[in-house]
Write a protein that binds this ligand. Structure first.
Ligand code: GDP
Length: 301
């Protein structure tokens, strides 16, 4: 946990430093507030959230009359934490529901880190003593099923896949859920393809995967993987996916590769669902539950 915190801090410190430099300059004049705004917008917080945050911070500074760094920093933390919405339920559905496994569908644009996230999530759940089964429904990218099966071997869980490239992803998803029910596992995690250039095709495909799974089981969790380094573009992608499936949580991958932590706030506002997990590297242990308090501390301290 310490290690993850340190990484998170490194990924976000640019924002913190910029703000603190401004706050500690003393005497928050109009120009300084504009710079605070620019710094927050540059961190991908989004214009709306930035305006809200700066407005309420300015109000507090003017009402309560304090401008010393420590006080303003404390308020900044409070306001940021409120924007991150610490009260949201960020648990992942991973326990059996009645006599069937929990079903988790993982969606997102190719290259965002879907397959890696499925592997890392399987590892987290195995460490929690869950029986996990993977489904390789990304049948479009030739190497995707191999990559997922490699993760499965590494983590020690079975992978259901098709023996030929270009198979029907919905058929693989169906087989994976069927196997999960027969084997009485706790949770089935299904990797999917994400070809965004063909929006209609993508939505049709995901819609079909969803319908076919639902012949046997409900879908308990739909995790949308977004690459934190793609910033506001990622938000556009997010919209497309949320129109195709009912997204229940966001995995923000590659947070180790950006200083723009504000994207957490922006994406939650855009989709109305919580960031549940964050990717902090390529290794098997580099997936962490999203912790709002630690996140805000990492940004501001
Ligand atoms: P997919 O096409 O969405 O399934 O993406 P992959 O899982 O194949 O990941 C694409 C690349 O991103 C790979 O090189 C991964 O190692 C890398 N990656 C995934 N998650 C993270 C992360 O949290 N941090 C970093 N730095 N790299 C990541």
């Amino acid at each position: 946990l310490q290690r993850l915190r340190a990484r998170l801090a490194r990924s976000n410190s640019a924002l913190g430093k910029g703000l603190l430099a401004l706050l500690s300059r003393g005497g928050l004049d109009e120009e300084a507030w504009e710079e605070v705004e620019d710094t927050l917008i540059a961190s991908d917080l989004g214009v709306e959230a930035t305006t809200e945050l700066v407005d309420s911070l300015r109000r507090r500074v003017s009402v309560e009359g304090a401008t010393d760094e420590a006080t303003v920093r404390g308020w900044l933390k409070e306001e940021l934490l409120a924007l991150v919405q610490p009260g949201l339920d960020r648990r992942i559905a991973s326990s059996r529901v009645g006599d069937r496994p929990a079903v988790i569908l993982v969606v997102g644009v190719n290259g965002t880190g879907k397959t890696t996230t499925v592997g890392k999530l399987a590892r987290v759940l195995v460490a929690e003593d869950r029986d996990v089964l993977l489904g390789a429904a990304d049948t479009f990218r030739a190497a995707a099923a191999d990559q997922l099966a490699t993760w499965g071997d590494r983590v020690g869980v079975p992978t259901v896949r098709s023996d030929r490239d270009g198979a029907d992803p919905a058929a693989v998803a169906f087989d994976a859920v069927k196997a999960g029910i027969e084997e009485e596992v706790d949770v089935v995690i299904i990797d999917t393809a994400g070809r965004l250039h063909n929006k209609v095709g993508l939505m049709d495909e995901l819609g079909k995967v969803k319908r076919v799974i639902e012949k046997q089981s409900e879908i308990d969790e739909v995790l949308l993987v977004l690459d934190a380094t793609t910033g506001q573009n990622g938000l556009q992608q997010a919209k497309v996916f949320s129109e195709a499936v009912n997204v229940t949580g966001i995995v923000l991958s590659k947070l180790d590769g950006t200083a723009k932590g504000g994207i957490v706030v922006a994406v939650q506002r855009q989709l109305g669902v919580p960031v549940k997990l964050v990717g902090l590297g390529e290794g098997p242990d580099d997936l962490a539950p999203f912790d709002p308090e630690a996140f805000v501390d990492a940004i501001v301290d």
